[in-house]
Design a protein around this ligand. Structure first.
Ligand SMILES: Cc1ncc(COP(=O)(O)O)c(C=O)c1O
Ligand SMILES: N[C@@H](CCOP(=O)(O)O)C(=O)O
Length: 469
């Protein structure tokens, strides 16, 4: 398996190289040159196995010789031993033929742990084998940052720098990043939006001299390994609900488009997925794009689901690449239009191909709040605001009632206590391992929304810079 760039102008890489590369050198995103497939019989055989065992089977075709079964399997067992639920990602029924898949039982209470706990181990394995260091740079709207910090804290070969938008994450999310005392961890508030933070991360990768000097690596969903690890839970849910004999639909709270893209990959690999529904909050660029055919940026509005306050959905590029039948030149044209005029319109055929697999709809603030209250009343289940966006959409989207609908529950309600309390009057407590989070001491470096200031800060603090000097 080789990995190629969506922009068509960077060298193809083996898995381990793509794992450390982050963004391709032409500014594109790496994708496998072909999607592996599982037969119906192979999918059937996933039933009854542990999460780590299913992961080993789904992930094996994507990796290279650095991760033979004897390495991958124990790595997966170890990664998912950190989850607080024996099923790792349990399904809970909340209505007839509607389920939530709880992806938040990892150490930082969001779905990001599912991939990040594996990514930390995989990167360490490759860096040790190559006797190399890496400087991880990441952008977060709240959850990727804490998951990355937890996965990489204290690791000898990596420093991790996470940019988050000042004042636009929940207090719990901020404290999960800023109270970690390890010297290799740097959570930096940037006076801008998540989109600004993500643009700075991409700019650092595109600044090749800086990138090479600091040995940059990425842990956002620009890194293919993130998507790969997230494909697994679609298979786990599908098989639990009758695949390969019965199709399943998924409703996914969406921001950067990594999670729902993983569902698309699962479908391309052979999982019978009926519909993939993109659920957005009021920052609804994706819902508008599917409805109107025009992907057009407007300002970002802060919401009660802050992790989805995103305009530029990074992984939409990977989907566009597929529906443009892997025409990198055509994709470069759309991306140039986005950076020059803040908008693009995919060709009709590409748009139709997207609509063949995906639906999209948004939930506004009052729909999100009402859904939290109504689901709590109806079945006693407490949703976080991101999951509530998706449940609200699931309730309204046209859907074959015979097909099970799985809503991905991407965060624990305790990460957003203020919003949950506003919605239903209850303040969910943090689990025991985070019970004293509000008393822990914070480190709060803040930088202007300026790439030069950010690069200078990272250069001052990264150990890879000392080695290079
Ligand atoms: C809690 C939560 N839900 C949903 C999303 C959206 O996921 P994605 O960015 O993969 O579309 C995010 C951020 O990524 C998140 O942190
Ligand atoms: N919602 C995310 C935004 C970054 O997404 P990623 O999947 O590309 O890492 C967050 O919580 O940080």
């Amino acid at each position: 398996m080789r990995y190629i760039s969506t922009r068509g102008e960077a060298p193809a890489l083996a898995f381990s190289d793509a794992l450390l590369a982050g963004l391709a050198r032409d500014g594109g995103l790496y994708v496998p040159d072909v999607f592996p497939s599982l037969t119906a019989t192979e999918i059937g055989h996933l039933a009854g196995h542990s999460y780590a065992e299913v992961a080993a089977r789904v992930i094996a075709p994507f990796v290279d010789e650095a991760f033979p079964g004897a390495v991958l399997k124990p790595m997966l067992e170890d990664a998912y031993a950190s989850f607080r639920h024996p099923a790792t990602t349990p399904l809970v029924q909340i209505a007839p033929n509607r389920f939530v898949m709880e992806l938040f039982h990892g150490p930082t209470l969001a779905f990001k742990d599912v991939a990040m706990q594996l990514l930390g181990r995989m990167m360490d394995h490759v860096l040790i084998a190559r006797d190399q260091r890496a400087t991880i740079v990441g952008a977060t709207s709240g959850d990727t940052g804490s998951a990355a910090i937890e996965a990489f804290r204290g690791r000898e070969r990596t420093d991790v720098f996470i940019l988050y938008p000042a004042g636009r994450v929940s207090e719990v999310q901020r404290r999960q990043m800023t109270t970690v005392p390890d010297a290799n961890v740097h959570a930096i508030a940037v006076e801008g939006t998540f989109d600004d933070c993500q643009a700075h991360v991409k700019a650092m990768f595109n600044h090749h001299a800086f990138r090479d000097r600091l040995q940059l690596a990425g842990v956002n969903s620009i890194n293919w390994a993130r998507i790969m690890a997230q494909v697994v839970y679609y298979f786990v849910a599908g098989v639990a609900l009758g695949a390969p004999h019965r199709p399943v639909s998924f409703v996914v709270p969406t921001g950067n488009f990594g999670d729902v893209l993983a569902g698309y990959v699962a479908k391309r690999m052979g999982l019978p997925v009926s519909r993939l529904t993109i659920a957005t909050n009021v920052n609804d660029i994706l819902a508008r794009a599917l409805a109107t055919g025009r992907y057009e940026m407007t300002g970002v509005v802060p919401s009660s689901s802050p992790s989805m306050d995103i305009q530029i959905s990074s992984n939409f590029e990977r989907l566009l690449f597929e529906v443009l039948e892997r025409d990198a030149g055509a994709l470069r044209g759309l991306m140039a239009s986005l950076s020059q005029s803040g908008a693009f319109s995919p060709p009709t055929q590409a748009l139709e191909a997207i609509r063949a697999d995906f639906d999209a709809a948004r939930a506004d603030e009052s729909q999100t709040m009402d859904t939290i209250a109504q689901v709590r009343r109806a079945c006693g289940y407490l949703l976080d605001p991101h999951t509530a966006v998706a449940v609200s959409v699931a309730e309204r989207i046209e859907h074959d009632p015979r097909v099970p609908q799985v809503v991905l529950a991407t965060a624990h309600p305790a990460k957003f206590p203020d919003a949950v309390e506003r919605a239903c009057g209850e303040r969910p407590p943090l689990p025991a391992h985070l019970a004293d989070l509000m008393e822990r001491e914070e480190r709060l470096p803040t930088l202007p929304n300026d790439i030069a200031a950010i690069e200078a800060y990272i250069t001052r603090h990264a150990r890879a810079a000392e080695t290079a000097a």
